[in-house]
Design a protein. Structure first.
Length: 302
């Protein structure tokens, strides 16, 4: 199946972007209009995240999200064969932070949320900054699609390591020179009892504890990035050093800084965040009270 998908998607990736966007518009009308794909999930997420917005405002954000969501997948198909010149016309980023860290011999942990189109990170950064770019990912259920995404994401030199291999020491061979360890750390953790809990977008939310522990243990600089969508197919990547570039001594402080950065970013461009995933699939329970780390809000009641 891998070669079947590669042939089909490879053909479509050769089409002009205007044609792909036109195809995407048709898919969007069918997927969201006729079938209502994840509409209840998206609307529930938006209502909880923005309790002060009216029903009309929520609906407007949802419609914008649907356009950006499909555009992201059309652009991702294009990335299978897109040239570096094509990528650079659409993705602008000041990489001086990474150049400075590399000159100092320091590695960093890059933390980001699922802002669209996040796939551009994997093609741009390995080719346009001096540090080794290491991406951690979760296995996909389809082996064919996992192989396809590894091909896409590794085209320009990204080192791709599944989470299962990290637990077995799979990172060690790649830590011999300054590196960027990339974590999309806004997904819901599998084990809520071991997560850190805090209020995020007005609701109790579980955050992976691993990123904080790793950054403190390795004494890494922590970099936060987010993508601003200026218009269709045009993105600017913003790069910020958390904690003024100093290594964190407290993993909880890192998680809270990351939470604050995510909330500020989402407030600027709410439709550009991945609202279709179940970020809050773990309901708050008092059994998690010992894992509540929020410095701004008391432990929630049930």
């Amino acid at each position: 199946m891998y070669y079947v998908w590669l042939t089909i998607l490879g053909f479509f990736s050769l089409l002009p972007m205007q044609v792909l966007y036109l195809l995407g518009d048709g898919i969007r009308l069918l997927l969201f209009g006729a079938f209502g794909y994840r509409r209840k999930v998206v609307e529930a997420n938006l209502r909880h995240a923005f309790p002060d917005k009216s029903a009309a405002e929520i609906a407007a954000i949802r419609r914008q999200f649907e356009v950006i969501f499909i555009d992201t997948w059309m652009e991702t198909i294009k990335l299978l064969t897109a040239s570096d010149e094509w990528v650079c016309r659409r993705f602008v980023c000041d990489t001086s932070v990474f150049e400075k860290l590399q000159a100092e011999g320091r590695s960093c942990q890059l933390m980001t949320g699922h802002f669209m189109n996040w796939e551009l990170y994997n093609l741009y950064f390995p080719a346009h900054q001096p540090m080794r770019f290491i991406g951690i990912y979760t296995h996909l259920s389809s082996r064919a699609m996992e192989r396809l995404f590894r091909r896409l994401r590794g085209r320009t030199g990204s080192v791709l390591i599944p989470t299962s291999a990290v637990r077995e020491g799979g990172l060690k061979p790649y830590l011999d020179r300054p590196y960027i360890l990339v974590l999309g750390a806004d997904q819901s953790p599998n084990k809520p009892m071991e997560a850190y809990w805090c209020r995020y977008l007005h609701q109790p939310t579980a955050f992976h504890a691993g990123p904080g522990r790793n950054a403190v243990k390795q004494q890494l600089a922590v970099v936060y990035t987010w993508l601003q969508r200026h218009k269709r197919g045009r993105y600017e990547c913003h790069v910020t050093m958390l904690n003024d570039g100093k290594p964190y001594q407290n993993d909880v402080a890192l998680i809270l800084d990351f939470r604050n950065a995510l909330e500020a970013t989402i407030g600027q461009q709410p439709a550009n965040y991945l609202w279709s995933h179940r970020r809050w699939k773990h309901a708050w329970q008092l059994a998690y009270a010992s894992r509540w780390v929020d410095d701004r809000h008391p432990v929630p009641e049930i």
